[in-house]
Design a protein around this ligand. Structure first.
Ligand SMILES: *Cc1c(COP(=O)(O)O)cnc(C)c1O
Length: 343
């Protein structure tokens, strides 16, 4: 049995590397609530430059970015349009309904990307009777649609249509840098048509936790007000911000390796008869083991017995590549699949 299983369950499985830990250990710190943590300030400046936005704020998690940004960009009783598999809608315990008092008008899409027509049809102007569409949310890459990247022209057209209809635009960029690396469209272009956009450091970038949300100064001030309101303001956050800075310096370009390994995994799984969602665009592979006579739960258990961890989501299997997955790990995962399938 392996000492540490091969963990393809999620790209949140990354552990801080030795040099990342060294950067954390030597980070200069201060009181972030007073704006006096120099490392957090450097991270916020650095992220603002990357996104080419007026301001950013370092928050404890991506979910906190979603919570605070939705609260900042809406009023209770208003509606948010997003894809039906959006993390914000499906995986955050109904948070926005509680913390911002919003409701959702989810759109059913193919790969997580709705069309301008779909959006225009769903948008509600707001009357005495009807909740106004205050926010349009796009996820890039889209996690549960399979790590898909929005086609940039469609993305820009959707954002424009949202603004024309009087709504704001929030971009869940938990994996924005995967989208940047895969599409070669810079982060600043993805940020340009948004009112708020965020990046997670705890996914493929490999930091322990934390995210930054960016936008105009007045939006970010409102995000910070909600950060305090939700009890999520930080003190000596430089210890963690140092990990995020380290990740921005060292872990962006290497995301291409994760994408290449995910593609190799997908090809190998398809050759073994599994029904793989293709094309695989980034670091997430979804597949159905049904053609080889297994349920997702059976497949997860069978691979688990070989020390390979994958996850079952809505009857399908998800595998994510990341910093902790090398070429040998992909070989082992494919060997374990071969043994499982041929048994
Ligand atoms: C992981 C994830 C989040 C939440 O981020 P946390 O940092 O885990 O809170 C939000 N949106 C998407 C698309 C994600 O994959």
């Amino acid at each position: 049995m392996l000492e540490r299983p091969i963990d393809l369950f999620s790209d949140t499985a990354t552990h801080p590397t030795e040099p990342m830990r060294a950067a954390m250990a030597t980070a200069e710190v201060g009181d972030e609530q007073l704006g006096e943590d120099p490392t957090t300030n450097r991270l916020q400046d650095r992220a603002a430059e990357l996104l080419d936005v007026e301001a950013t704020v370092f928050l404890v998690s991506g979910s906190m970015c979603n919570k605070t940004a939705v609260a900042a960009l809406t009023r209770p009783g208003q509606s948010v349009i997003c894809d039906h598999l959006a993390h914000l809608y499906r995986w955050e315990a109904g948070g926005p309904a509680v913390t911002a008092g919003v409701m959702f008008d989810p759109l059913v899409t193919d790969r997580g990307h709705f069309t301008v027509d779909q959006l225009r049809t769903a948008m509600r102007p707001g009357t005495r009777y009807v909740p106004r569409t205050a926010l349009v949310e796009m996820e890039n890459t889209h996690n549960f649609a399979g790590g898909t990247v929005w086609p940039i022209e469609r993305y820009e057209a959707v954002a424009e249509a949202a603004h024309e209809g009087g709504a704001k635009v929030l971009v869940d960029g938990a994996r924005l840098l995967n989208a940047v690396v895969a599409s070669t469209v810079p982060a600043s272009r993805w940020a340009a048509p948004s009112d708020a956009i965020w990046i997670d450091f705890s996914k493929g970038l490999g930091a322990p936790f934390g995210a930054v949300v960016g936008g105009d100064r007045d939006v970010i001030d409102e995000v910070i007000r909600y950060q305090y309101l939700f009890g999520a303001a930080l003190r000596q956050s430089g210890v963690i911000a140092a990990a995020a800075l380290y990740a921005l310096d060292h872990h962006i370009e290497r995301l291409a390796e994760d994408h290449a390994r995910a593609a190799r995994l997908a090809t190998g799984l398809a050759e073994l008869g599994l029904a793989v969602d293709e094309p695989v665009e980034t670091n997430i592979v979804f597949f159905d083991p049904e053609p080889v006579g297994l349920t997702a739960a059976d497949f997860v258990a069978a691979l688990g017995a070989h020390g390979v961890r994958v996850g079952a989501v809505s009857g399908r299997v998800r595998a994510c590549t990341h910093l902790g997955i090398d070429d040998d790990a992909i070989d082992t995962a494919l060997d374990a699949t071969r043994i499982t399938v041929e048994r």
